[in-house]
Write a protein that binds this ligand. Structure first.
Ligand SMILES: [Zn+2]
Length: 460
């Protein structure tokens, strides 16, 4: 990429004495730790059903943006459910703007289960502890630290950078990114790409193999309700129209169904590039290509890719009947379906087939799948920024099995990447800490994140 051959004064840096070449100052490294800890102390638990209050965290972020000379806007669809958006003008007015987003809410945590109080933000053993340390007040703090560092050093990015701190990501996003995308598109004018949750963390595939999966896709979500109607009657009589039997048969077919492998460009690249690190040359176009067999050879690293090579549908709830000798007229089930980018039509057609003529089904919740190009200049710059600060990094693309705020911003035509950089030690189980007990983040990981984010955003 052109970045590696650039002169020492990057084009994205302006101001007297070309500041910015040295990376973030010590104050930024101190602030990212303080901000992570203080944001954790502001309890923004999202219980679902509208039960959450992000306002104090939003005001905290807005004050720090104002301190950096920016003019943040606070926006609410519902009182207390506050979002914050600010724009930093770039040096190249012809360049597309870049959105950087992080959510302010967190999932619930029960103090009894934790080694430290989940809302203490305690710094212990070189880690910041608490709910949100990974998901994702760490990234919120990194964004704040970087833009404040820029203000102190007179740095401006090349592209306009729009920063957004959102409410309600851990529930429906209707008070957060969904509201911003639908009702305030003007704040995101010119944004073509975004970086946000997940991705760019160290995934130790082996003792000498540090992967950094960068998010370049998300599966779509289809939560379904199945309804079987039949003939109600006495449990002692012959009944060929039993709703429970009909529903059970459909649920069993769905649960047992082996979805065919559907490699999207991101997953294909993930598979090819990861296999190459193991010295395995693959050809996904070969008619005999067996993705599952390759994944088995990739061991631990295969776990990053395995959930996203095909659609999935898991029955999760069954409801029918009220008395053993009464055949109910109706039986219902719920299914958690996920489809790969481009896989929604096949998902729908397959559900029609699997449910059969006696069972109806409908989407109760449906969210699009996303795919971002892995051959874009922006992807290359993310990879370059990671390798600059971890020369042993192997950057690979990654498709998320679930979803983030990126789905909402996609309504505005914004291509979303998962890029929340963290350098993590061997044995640190990042993915288990998402919504997990004793969520924590190493101080060194936050420092790495600030350096990478600063470098990437200045050169993006
Ligand atoms: Zn999150």
């Amino acid at each position: 990429m052109a970045d590696s051959t650039r002169p020492t004064t990057p084009a994205g840096v302006s101001g007297p004495g070309a500041p910015g070449n040295d990376g973030p100052g010590d104050q930024a490294l101190d602030e990212v730790v303080t901000f992570t800890s203080e944001l954790i102390r502001i309890d923004t638990t999202n219980h679902g059903g509208g039960d959450c209050r992000e306002q104090p965290a939003a005001e905290y972020a807005a004050e720090r943006l104002t301190g950096a000379g920016l003019e943040p806007v606070l926006l609410e669809r519902t009182p207390g459910r506050t979002n914050v958006v600010a724009r930093i003008a770039g040096t190249d007015p012809s360049a597309d703007a870049l959105l950087v987003h992080g959510h302010l809410d967190v999932v619930p945590a029960h103090p009894d289960d934790w080694a430290v109080h989940p809302f203490s933000g305690e710094i212990r053993d070189g880690m910041v502890w608490g709910r949100g340390a990974i998901d994702m007040k760490n990234m919120d703090a990194m964004i704040l630290s970087v833009v404040r560092d820029w203000a102190r050093r007179g740095v401006r990015p090349r592209r306009d950078v729009v920063v957004a701190f959102t409410a309600d990501e851990e529930a429906s996003a209707v008070d957060g990114s969904g509201f911003l995308a639908r009702h305030h598109p003007e704040l995101f004018e010119g944004c073509t790409e975004a970086i946000g949750e997940s991705g760019a963390f160290t995934f130790h595939a082996g003792p000498d193999l540090a992967l950094y999966p960068v998010g370049a896709g998300e599966r779509g979500t289809g939560w379904l309700k199945l309804t079987a109607d039949g003939r109600a009657g006495h449990g002692s009589k012959v009944n060929r129209e039993n709703a429970v039997s009909r529903l059970a048969a459909a649920v069993a077919r769905i649960g047992e169904y082996r979805w065919p492998v559907r490699l999207t460009p991101t997953v294909r690249a993930a598979l090819t590039e990861t296999a190459a690190l193991y010295g395995i040359d693959i050809d996904p176009d070969d008619p005999d290509f067996d993705a599952d067999a390759i994944l088995a050879k990739l061991g631990h690293a295969g776990a990053l890719i395995e959930p996203v090579i095909r659609n999935s549908a898991n029955p999760t709830i069954l409801q029918a009947g009220y008395k053993v000798n009464v055949i109910p007229g109706t039986a219902t089930a719920h299914v958690d379906g996920r489809f790969v980018p481009g896989g929604e039509e096949e998902f729908t057609a397959t559900m029609d087939q699997l449910t059969g003529p006696d069972v109806d089904w409908e989407f109760q919740h449906r969210m699009i799948a996303l795919e971002a190009p892995v051959d874009s200049p922006t992807y290359a710059r993310m990879a370059e920024a990671l390798k600059r600060f971890d020369p042993d990094a192997h950057v690979v693309p990654y498709c998320m099995s679930g979803g983030t705020d990126a789905k909402q911003f996609a309504r505005l035509g914004i291509t979303g990447y998962g890029f929340s950089p963290l350098q993590l030690p061997i044995g640190f189980d990042y993915q288990a800490l998402f919504h997990g007990v004793d969520e924590r983040v190493p101080v060194t990981a936050l420092h790495f994140g600030v350096r990478v984010l600063d470098h990437f955003l200045r050169h993006a």
